[in-house]
Design a protein around this ligand. Structure first.
Ligand SMILES: O=C(O)COP(=O)(O)O
Ligand SMILES: [Mg+2]
Length: 240
């Protein structure tokens, strides 16, 4: 069920007039958790370390691949492994994930239909993810989503990644639009913080990862069950 985080007096805010829709990848467009966990456990096996439950590894997703590897090696969200172990582990993880990029990964319900509707309505579509680019582009291609996006920014495309606002501001500059004419749809605090800092609107989906926390705790404009539900709260802003 869609939940608007506004007072009744604010309900005139919707539909939001927008030009660009920025969408997060892991946990919003694609359900990647099983393959990320598969690769993480393969890495642990090669390092002769104990495997972890997939549900634990899922809470480590959100701040990019190097952070996922650090968290997996220490079994802790803030853990810092021995630098030598990390240097050895990262390329193993990257190889294991490259080999298992698309075993279980699929778009969530409503994603393809939602992207189709957004495109038909005239919105510029951008994907901004903290995932490393060597994984982002093949995955979007394999799942048939790549062609919907005019711009894809990954975790290593710019000097800073979400929750820093830089990728969002970069996208707005690219399309020559004001941040308030853009909406980010995401699944985690990294998205909510980045959007607020950039001055963009933010909707969250409840089915993603959010590092193990409930998205309803986040500062966002609405929680929407699917991308299709998001389309009902926005309208394309034509130039006047
Ligand atoms: O790679 C991650 O850790 C998360 O990526 P996301 O920004 O697409 O959710
Ligand atoms: Mg995400």
């Amino acid at each position: 069920m869609t939940q608007l985080n506004t007072q009744p007096s604010d309900s005139g805010l919707f539909p939001l007039p927008l030009k660009a829709i920025i969408i997060d990848l892991d946990g919003t467009l694609l359900d990647t958790a099983q393959d990320l966990a598969l690769a993480a456990n393969e890495m642990l096996r090669e390092l002769r370390m104990a495997e972890l439950p997939s549900s634990t590894i899922q809470t480590f997703i959100g701040k990019g691949v190097p952070k996922l590897v650090k968290r997996t090696l220490t079994n802790s969200p803030d853990g810092e492994p021995d630098p030598e172990l990390f240097e050895q582990a990262l390329p193993i993880y990257e190889r294991c994930y490259a080999e298992n990029l698309h075993v279980h990964t699929r778009p969530y319900p409503g994603v393809v239909e939602g992207l189709e509707q957004l495109k038909q309505s005239g919105f510029r579509l951008v994907c901004i993810t903290n995932k490393t680019e060597i994984f982002t582009l093949p995955l979007l291609h394999k799942t048939g989503l790549l062609d919907y996006f005019e711009l894809v920014l990954s975790g290593d495309s710019l000097p800073k990644r979400k929750p820093d606002p830089l990728p969002l501001l970069h996208a707005c500059k690219h399309f020559d639009i004001l941040p308030k004419a853009a909406l980010l749809i995401g699944d985690s605090s990294n998205d909510a913080i980045a959007a607020r800092a950039a001055g963009c609107h933010i909707f969250c989906v409840p089915y993603g990862y959010n590092e193990g926390h409930d998205v309803r705790e986040l500062d966002c404009d609405a929680v929407v069950d699917t991308i299709v539900d998001a389309t009902r709260l926005i309208t394309y802003q034509h130039d006047t």
